[in-house]
Design a binder for this molecule. Structure first.
Ligand code: RP5
Length: 167
């Protein structure tokens, strides 16, 4: 199976990345994690992106906060699919990173997930890899069924919960 490349702009983004790695682990998807910044270590970020296809990666997650150019900078140097995670920092509630990540000009796409959306970034990578991997597709379908069953169980229980709360 191809690996997922995970790049974050700073180790302060690690809590968001943990959500992605936990999700990838749950599907048995291999990954490699790096701290490369579009601003602080632009050459390393560029080299990683340039070599990613030849180094066994099938998709890349790029997570950054503030003026978040990392996902775009990675996408500029590879035709692998790049999933951008805008990370919430201490100001502006992550809106700064969301706009910086999502507003890519035509020609260089970044598939942007929600602010701090580590789980969905990993799920999107899994879905990309599953196009050529029936076993992985089966795992994704099983997860959807499990998640649906959990919501239906809550639906069955919600009236009883409300009655209990009112007593
Ligand atoms: C971005 O700036 C990083 O991705 C991080 O979200 C933010 C703050 O970085 P630190 O100052 O915490 O290293 O480049």
């Amino acid at each position: 199976m191809k690996k997922v490349g995970i790049v974050m702009g700073s180790d302060s983004d690690l809590p968001v990345i943990r959500k992605a790695t936990d999700t990838l682990d749950s599907f048995g998807i291999p990954y490699e994690v790096h701290i490369y910044s579009a601003h602080r270590t632009p050459e390393q970020a560029r080299d990683f992106a340039l070599g990613a296809a030849d180094n066994g990666f099938g998709a890349i997650i790029a997570a950054a906060g503030m003026a978040a150019h990392l996902a775009g900078a990675i996408a500029a140097n590879t035709v692998l699919p790049v999933i951008g995670i805008p990370c919430k920092s201490t100001t502006l509630d992550g809106i700064d990173a969301l706009l910086s990540t999502v507003q890519m000009p035509s020609g260089i796409p970044v598939a942007t997930v929600a602010i701090n959306g580590g789980v969905n970034a990993a799920l999107l990578c899994a879905q990309i890899l599953a196009v050529e991997d029936p076993e992985l597709r089966g795992k994704l379908e099983a997860k959807r069924e499990k998640d649906s069953a959990a919501v239906l169980a809550k639906d069955s229980a919600v009236m009883d919960r409300l009655k209990e709360d009112n007593n």
